[in-house]
Write a protein that binds this ligand. Structure first.
Ligand code: DGY
Length: 320
């Protein structure tokens, strides 16, 4: 009898075919819609392996509903959607997909930073809406990126990749991280700063820390008040790191200049979210890692982890 694998989204057949040789594969038929919770619970009941997405909450309820479960492979570098402690207590391996998405996510972070600084989306919409009536001396003006100060909160792999891009724009880079990175400071001339200093001195504040109980609401009213009035907040990590109510207020009252958000507390962000009513917010649908080669590379890591487990080998990128 082959072990049972449930895949939470419709995946390309080229990724699934090798898995069919070693697993009884069951797959949610939609590539875009998340698997409904009740279906996930039902499928998990017989699964030995789960291939999950960041929108699937794998908590104690799911783990308790799946007595045969041995491995969860998550298609993301972040795994805050999985209760890893509970999985470990039950001996369920968890894997993720780091490294292959580093440069792609850094590209997107930088693109969002630039788009927000120059309000590219607002300018494009104005043009399409017939509001480009003449060349205006102060029309469509934004903030400069070149030579500005960038504060990176969370200096991991993606942070370093953004730092390299920022150096090409002659930016002055500050960072805040659990551990100081002296080698990086020497190599790139970036500076460590405690959070209040980073917030006060940066023109752009970029959030890249992993989401956890420790970082939930890390950027709230108090932190937003510490930012420059001309400051721009960019979040490509997880929505829950920022208090969205406080952010709305800071943007509406022009306490800060603008925000670029690829992530939200609730995803997909509800269309009645107050944030979507503001002209000084650039929004994207969580597309940090969304280049075709990178998404395929992430899938490949998931596929290889699943194949390894089925062959009694060590799966790649175990979280524990
Ligand atoms: C991740 O990998 O954690 C991203 O947020 C999704 O690609």
């Amino acid at each position: 009898m082959k072990p049972v694998l449930f895949i939470n989204r419709n995946m390309p057949e080229e990724m699934v075919a090798p898995l069919r040789e070693v697993y009884e594969v069951d797959m949610w038929p939609s590539a875009s819609g998340a698997v409904p919770r009740e279906v996930l619970l039902e499928k998990a009941a017989s699964a030995h392996a789960l291939w999950t997405m960041i929108s699937d909450q794998i908590d104690e309820e799911v783990l308790d509903a799946s007595p045969n479960l041995k491995i969860i492979t998550n298609m993301a570098v972040g795994y805050n959607n999985i209760d890893v402690k509970a999985a470990q207590e039950r001996g369920v391996i968890v894997t993720n997909t780091p490294d292959v998405l580093t440069e792609t996510t850094a590209d997107l972070a930088f693109a969002l930073l630039m788009a927000t600084a120059r309000n590219l989306m607002g300018a494009e919409h104005a043009l399409r809406d017939g509001k480009w009536t003449s060349w205006e001396p102060l029309g469509f003006t934004g903030m400069d990126v070149y030579g500005a100060t960038l504060g990176i909160i969370g200096m991991g792999r993606i942070g370093e990749a953004v730092l390299r891009r920022a150096k090409g724009f002659d930016m002055n880079v500050l960072y805040h991280n659990r551990n100081r990175k002296s080698e990086m400071e020497d190599m790139y001339g970036c500076r460590y700063a405690v959070l209040p200093d980073l917030l006060a001195q940066s023109d752009f504040v970029l959030i890249l820390v992993p989401f956890s109980e420790e970082t939930r609401g890390m950027i709230g009213k108090e932190q937003l008040e510490q930012m420059k009035k001309t400051g721009i907040l960019i979040n490509v990590a997880r929505g829950g790191i920022v208090d969205e109510e406080a952010l709305f207020e800071a943007l509406q009252k022009k306490r800060i200049h603008a925000a670029g958000l690829d992530v939200f507390e609730t995803e997909p962000v509800p269309l009645d979210s107050p944030l979507l009513t503001l002209p000084n917010v650039t929004v994207l649908p969580h597309i940090g890692s969304a280049s075709l080669p990178t998404r395929l590379a992430m899938m490949k890591l998931n596929q290889q982890a699943l194949l390894a487990w089925a062959r009694d080998e060590e799966p790649n990128h175990r979280v524990w």
